[in-house]
Design a protein around this ligand. Sequence first.
Ligand SMILES: [Fe+2]
Length: 380
Amino acid sequence: MGSRAGRGVPHLPPGRLNRESRGGNRNTRRARAEGGPAIVRPSDLFARSAPDNPGASPKASRPAAADSARTARKPTGDLATPEPLDRPDAPFHALAQREVGRILEAAAAGAAFEVETLHRIVAGMTKSILSGDDLLVRALTEDDPTYDLARHMANTAVFAIKIGHGAGCRTEELPWLGLAASLHDVGMTVVPRHILDKPGPLTAEETSLVRRHPEHGFRILLGLGDAFEWLANVALQEHEREDGSGYPKGLREDEIHEYAKIVGLADAYSSLTHFRPYRDKLSAFDAVKELITAQRTRFPDSALKGLIRGLSTFPVGSHVRLNSMEIARIVATNPAFPLRPVIEIVAGPRGERLDSPRRVDLSTNTLLYVTEACSGKILG
Ligand SMILES: [Fe+2]
């Protein structure tokens, strides 16, 4: 669930994940020094490494953070990558939502459940997401004013897979990441429905109850067995934040499971882009803007890069800067690849207007990609 809550719940030890903070990354340190959150543009996030082609192999640009997730706390042993539910026309989003609903019902009743079926669905979902953005569009556009927990968890899986792919996670990791995302809020079964549907601010008592859901989810998922401890840890830590502002323990940076960071960002994005009983939704573009500016210090650069690569969309008529530093205007969206619209390059790297705009379809030209939105005023 999107966070209305802060920190303050008694700690449930997540085992080996407790280590001393190293004092913050560049942006959290800068924010502390300046006494507030760092304001950042997408280009800042990409400045630390050479811009890489979004169509290139993720191995070439994998951030160190993804490596630590893979080596330190990866799924273990007999948890082989499942056979995906491999029907190209399968309604993966609906299937995931239904299966998550089944698990939520079992969890609420204290009954046992398995996650293999959901894992196969998420593996199929991953294949679909890597071949086109139909599922992404579905996750962004299917909405209604009532809060549906299973739908939110299925949506979060779609967004986490997109972010993880953009952040450089290996393709074979993505179904695991998606599984963790699709179960991240299983502990919300401890929260009464009337609180989930409450249109106004929560009382202190209600907030306290909501803040217990990561620990409740941890205990539920531990019931799957030792091999799923990593999954339980992701549910426990998905509200922890890079700058220590999260809950339940206020962990920082590498104290937090790498999958929990991505799931937490996907959860936040999913919440911002959908109605909640207590607020309106943001456009996909404004949600990304919110997360990379106001909430900048709460997530690692690697995940935010994944967010921008995977989930930035730009409205027709708006202006963007390209990795070539040229300025372009969005002239058409591409339903199959919303992140690669058709553009017209209208100005050079210094903002100088071109005599004749150059039209480029970014879905067929992978050397060029959008790095940030910019105001048309920059053209003078
Ligand atoms: Fe949550």
